[in-house]
Ligand binder design. Structure first.
Ligand code: TNX
Length: 515
């Protein structure tokens, strides 16, 4: 509680004894450029949030007010118009360099102005503003100020367009509320993609009208034999809408042709031998496969992709493709040759785990690389070659970016098949130079997956994700020139009181100088 408590105890009346505002730039992910200078802004009871008339900017103003009101206790009216003592959110088409997600934040005595070309940029600028305020601003009860923001200007835009986090809701089911909580935590670090792993051997988690037993039966258990669960269509739409309000796309994954026991158990016809296997609640992988020669397999894939695509506006549809150890390789390639055009017919770009590189990735397909230092040259080269031939890459090296890997031998949760992944190891790699032979322009971005064989609650997820997730987010957002573990660990340490204020029980890594 240390830092937050000392902030609360700071005198308010005299600016002279108040602690200095947080230095501009001491945020995660590191901003592209910072020009400190001038007087700070102090948020007070008279501060207004100024927006322009567009509904999206108004909604952003309301969102910002929702973050700031409980802890400051100020009214913070959201109004149109101009004037001092304000936080202003402004769309300005002129500043092309800011791109689709960039923003400029200027702070001085009379206020803070966040400017962007698109609402997404304003949203990211708001996340920066949150981090520039004392950590106690994140508490949901009234706290003592002062609420100061250092003077100067931050100009910021992301290195990569795709900055993702994956949540496996199949091994253990997570409710809409739990997913939305994670979305809100990811947004603080400028993650813009939530990849939902919606099906696996242990559970099918999304209602499909044309194949109702997938959810009602295939979703009825989970690892360890608990009762599992699934999202109704209304609930899935709610997740998509919540993510959209945080400027985050949802990429749905239906893992095929392996990792399909829950579907095979739900419909006997999907099995080559016509016999449905029992539901599965263990943690083995690689034992299930869709029946590649059967016609019904492709009717199934078509129905599932159509119904899910109708609910999710994301460009990408993830069809899995990993660990298909029970599918002979020639059949795997045949399956993917048939499944990919189905995704295209429903207007989506194929995303798949990098094993698709062993077949024929469709033009523009996105391969998600989950290898690591343990991966052989031939496999790496296959992926790099696919990128040379037009595939895009999202990098999720298991021994760096997998949030379910244990930090060290004492970590009570998680797995260790890719080794222990301490916070420095997770942060200290360069996505731009990671896969030799892959053209830098083929790198779409990074993603931090969290598999949930051992994870059941929000607290479990948070302990594994924090503090590694902010590091992967920084690799996705910040210019390579800012990459430096020693500087990062200090900035990360300053996030500790923020995690606490948000109720996130994080791993106190000995590699980080927590205050
Ligand atoms: C491998 S990585 C898997 C998942 C497991 C994970 C556990 C990948 C594409 N497949 O099925 O849950 O390891 O860390």
């Amino acid at each position: 509680l240390g830092a937050a408590a000392s902030v609360s105890a700071a005198p308010v009346a005299t600016g002279a004894t108040a602690p200095p505002p947080r230095p501009l730039g001491q945020i995660v992910p590191a901003p592209a450029s910072v020009a400190p200078g001038g007087a700070p802004f102090t948020l007070n009871a008279g501060t207004a949030i100024r927006v322009d008339a567009s509904p999206q900017v108004r909604a952003l103003g309301a969102y910002l007010a929702g973050v700031l009101r409980p802890s400051t206790g100020y009214r913070l009216p959201v109004t149109t118009g101009h004037g001092g003592n304000a936080i202003a959110l402004r769309l300005a088409a002129s500043d092309r360099a800011l791109g689709e997600e960039g923003y400029r934040l200027s702070a001085g005595r009379s206020g803070v102005t966040i400017t962007a070309r698109r609402p997404a940029g304003l949203f990211h600028g708001v996340q920066t503003l949150r981090q520039l305020l004392p950590a106690a601003v994140e508490r949901r009860s009234r706290q003592r100020g002062p609420w100061r923001i250092a003077g100067g200007t931050v100009r910021d835009a992301p290195r990569y367009a795709y900055r993702g986090a994956m949540l496996d809701v199949s091994r253990h089911f997570f409710t809409v509320r739990q997913v939305e909580r994670y979305i809100d935590e990811l947004a603080l670090y400028k993650i813009n993609t939530l990849h939902l792993h919606l099906s696996d051997d242990q559970g099918w988690r999304i209602a499909i009208d044309s194949w109702p037993r997938l959810a009602s039966y295939g979703g009825s258990t989970e690892v360890g034999g608990g009762k599992g669960g699934h999202y109704t269509k209304a609930q899935f739409r709610e997740i998509v809408a919540h993510a959209a309000s945080r400027y985050m796309q949802v990429v749905p994954e239906i893992d095929t042709p392996g990792h399909t026991n829950a579907a095979l158990a739900s419909y006997a016809d999907l099995n080559c031998n016509g016999v449905a296997p029992p539901l599965y609640t263990g943690t083995d992988v690689g034992f299930s496969s869709l029946c590649v020669p059967k016609q019904i397999t492709y009717r199934f894939v078509d129905d599932v992709v159509r119904e899910i695509a109708a609910m999710s506006p994301s460009r990408y549809f993830h069809i899995g493709g990993d660990e298909a150890h029970s599918t002979p390789h020639d059949q795997y390639v045949t399956y993917m040759d048939k499944a990919q055009p189905i995704v295209a017919r429903h207007g989506r770009t194929v995303m798949a785990w990098h094993q698709l590189a062993s077949g024929h990735p469709a033009p523009g397909a996105v391969l998600q690389y989950w290898g690591g230092d343990f991966t052989g040259q031939a496999e790496r080269k296959q992926v790099a070659d696919a990128a040379v031939h037009g595939a895009k890459l999202v990098l999720s090296p298991a021994d760096r970016a997998y949030l379910d890997m244990k930090y060290d031998a004492r970590t009570p949760l998680g797995q260790a098949w890719a080794g222990y992944v301490e916070v420095d190891r997770s942060y200290d790699w360069n996505p731009g130079a990671y896969l030799p032979g892959a053209p830098p322009a083929a790198i779409l971005g990074v993603e931090a997956p969290i598999w949930t064989e051992t994870l059941k609650t929000s607290a479990d997820i948070e302990y594994m994700a924090f503090p590694r997730l902010p590091g992967i987010a920084e690799l996705g957002w910040s210019p390579a020139s800012t990459h430096d573990w020693n500087a990062y660990r200090t900035r990360l340490a300053a996030q500790g009181p923020r995690f606490e204020a948000l109720g996130i029980d994080y791993y106190r890594s000995p590699k980080v100088p927590w205050s």
